[in-house]
Ligand binder design. Structure first.
Ligand code: SF4
Length: 282
């Protein structure tokens, strides 16, 4: 099985420093790399686009960043829906918009369901991340973005499909919107930090006014009752139960020895901080 390039991006490591974005700008703005790309415009394009999200409510808030380049899909909708020959896939997995054949075809921009294709008004061509194909051809084993990331959040991996499937299973890697069937070659670690939800709260003992350190929290699905998350309150009395699915209803049970259990039913629209929950004696 032929080896192909893949990117593995760790959401938990990205700190939004923008070095990957700037390295992309440094490489492609003002520089033509035939036959893969003409120069990227000075503004308006984000071939490496850092998506940002904020979850929860003050003071139990988390932020996460998801660097998002072209995903170099194996069943790429851009190839299927664009005029024949304008977008193609190399044997090493990289998806390229031919800057000559694609000239004058703005409709290519809308073919990507991940919205990573941009229109270059001056050059009259659709453009996106090339996977640094011109550097790979010179023997590079990094893209500019993977090379510069100080947090080592972006890794370029040369592996065949079986090796990537095994790596994905072992490390819990996910792809964006797998339901589209596009088979992206960009994998994400800890993607739940971006697209799942948490239930959080601060717990206190009513009689002593102390933080309820050690109180146990159980979160279950209300339909079926399956336990989907557990946590122990920190020394500040705080807990997070994460990786929950927005749109579902959950039951929360809080227990501490010598105190009456507290329960809540949460229709989880998005990550929620339940505020301070005071545990009383039975
Ligand atoms: Fe094409 Fe979009 Fe997939 Fe990139 S992410 S290969 S532009 S469909």
């Amino acid at each position: 099985m032929a080896k192909k390039w893949n990117l593995v991006i760790d959401v938990s490591r990205c700190m939004d420093c923008n070095d990957c974005f700037l390295a992309d700008k440094d490489e492609f703005t003002g520089n033509d790399f035939p036959p893969y790309s003409v120069a990227q415009p000075w503004s308006g394009h984000r071939w490496m686009n850092i998506m940002r999200t904020e979850r929860g409510q003050y003071p139990l808030v988390q932020v996460a960043y998801r660097p998002t380049p072209c995903l170099h899909c194996d069943d790429a909708p851009c190839i299927a829906k664009s005029p024949a020959g304008t977008v193609f896939k190399r044997e090493d997995g990289l998806v390229i918009i031919d800057p000559v054949k694609a000239k004058g075809h703005p409709e290519i921009v809308a073919t990507c369901p991940y919205e990573v294709i941009y229109w270059n008004e001056e050059a009259q061509v659709a453009q996106k991340c090339t996977g640094c194909a011109h550097l790979i051809d010179e023997g590079w084993t990094d893209t500019r973005c993977s090379q510069v990331c100080p947090a080592e959040a972006i890794k370029l991996v040369f592996a065949d499909d079986a090796e990537m499937a095994a790596k994905a299973a072992a490390e819990g890697l996910e792809v964006l919107r797998p339901e589209l069937g596009a088979k992206p070659r960009v994998y994400y670690k800890d993607l739940y930090l971006f697209d799942k939800a948490f239930i959080a709260a601060s717990l206190a003992f009513g009689d002593t006014d102390e933080c309820a350190e050690g109180a146990r929290v159980t979160v279950s699905e209300t339909s079926g009752g399956a336990v989907v998350g557990e946590a122990v309150a920190s020394n500040y009395g705080d807990f997070y139960v994460d990786k929950l699915v927005p749109g579902k209803e959950y039951g929360v049970t809080i227990e501490a020895p010598g105190y009456a259990p507290a329960t809540r039913i949460i229709n989880l629209d998005k990550s929620v901080n339940l505020g301070t929950i005071v545990l009383g004696r039975p």
